[in-house]
Write a protein that binds this ligand. Structure first.
Ligand code: ATP
Length: 234
């Protein structure tokens, strides 16, 4: 279980996170929602040490992650897929995937790659192609596949749906649901697209101006008209 306790962080005078607490249970998807600038990306960046926590702690299965160098986190079971789908365009799809295991200093078995190709058939078809030929949806699959090759307990995913066709979003979200169900993966999903995120999440937290406004089951959040209008935009 990932636990975030009273976490604060910012940029110079900007206080982007102000005492945020949440838990993401094993085998669940926790959606982090809220308007532009609410602090969602900063939350993920602070959990993975890219932004320094000013106070508060992050623990994974009881182990304190706060203060651990970012590059050591994959080995401890934390994978972060930032927004923007960054891939190395001049490497092949398979070379990009291998980087996921390298980051966690894991040896890849043939079975590891086969599993990713089974999960993401379009990547299997393009395994020897350069990553720059991929569509947006395929790139999203590649960055998720690469993160999975570090064998994470917890996957932090920032805006995976941004700019993708609704059909592709459904495909990627169904896949995440499967990983959570079959592998006990824990997912923290940051999304602007609150409606889609709540349709696959178990729980959700809504941020506003760096603070948690509400946390509840995804079904309860999705059914709260006032909350939807005020913070979720649907
Ligand atoms: P978005 O969906 O637009 O990414 P968000 O909810 O992820 O929004 P953050 O990107 O975490 O929000 O931003 C939280 C606050 O921190 C905002 O006020 C934002 O302007 C500010 N901020 C974010 N990144 C920086 C930065 N690198 N330097 C200064 N301020 C920043």
């Amino acid at each position: 279980m990932l636990t975030v306790d009273d976490l604060s962080a910012g940029y110079g005078p900007v206080r982007a996170l102000d005492g945020v607490s949440l838990t993401a249970a094993r085998g669940e998807i926790t959606a982090v929602l809220g308007a532009n600038g609410a602090g969602k990306t900063t939350l993920l960046r602070t959990i993975s040490g890219l932004v320094r926590a000013r106070s508060g702690t992050v623990t994974l299965d009881g182990r304190v992650l706060t203060g651990v160098p970012t590059e050591n986190l994959p080995r401890l079971g934390l994978a972060h897929v930032p927004e923007g789908r960054g891939v190395l365009a001049e490497l092949t799809v398979e070379e990009n995937l291998r980087l996921g295991a390298l980051g966690a200093r894991r040896r890849l078995s043939a079975g590891d790659l086969a599993r990713i190709y089974e999960l993401f058939p379009p990547l299997a078809e393009r395994r020897t192609r350069l990553a720059h030929v991929l569509s947006g949806g395929e790139r999203q699959m590649l960055v998720i596949g690469r993160a999975l090759l570090s064998r994470p307990k917890v996957l932090l995913l920032d805006e995976p749906s941004l700019g993708l066709a609704p059909r592709i979003v459904v495909q990627i979200f169904e896949l995440l649901r499967g990983l959570v169900r079959d592998d006990g993966l824990t997912v923290v999903l940051v999304e602007q697209n609150a409606r889609s995120a709540l349709s696959i999440a178990d729980h959700g937290v809504v941020l506003n101006l760096g603070k948690v406004v509400v946390r509840d089951t995804a079904a309860t959040l999705a059914g709260d008209d006032g909350l939807r209008h005020a913070y979720l935009g649907f």
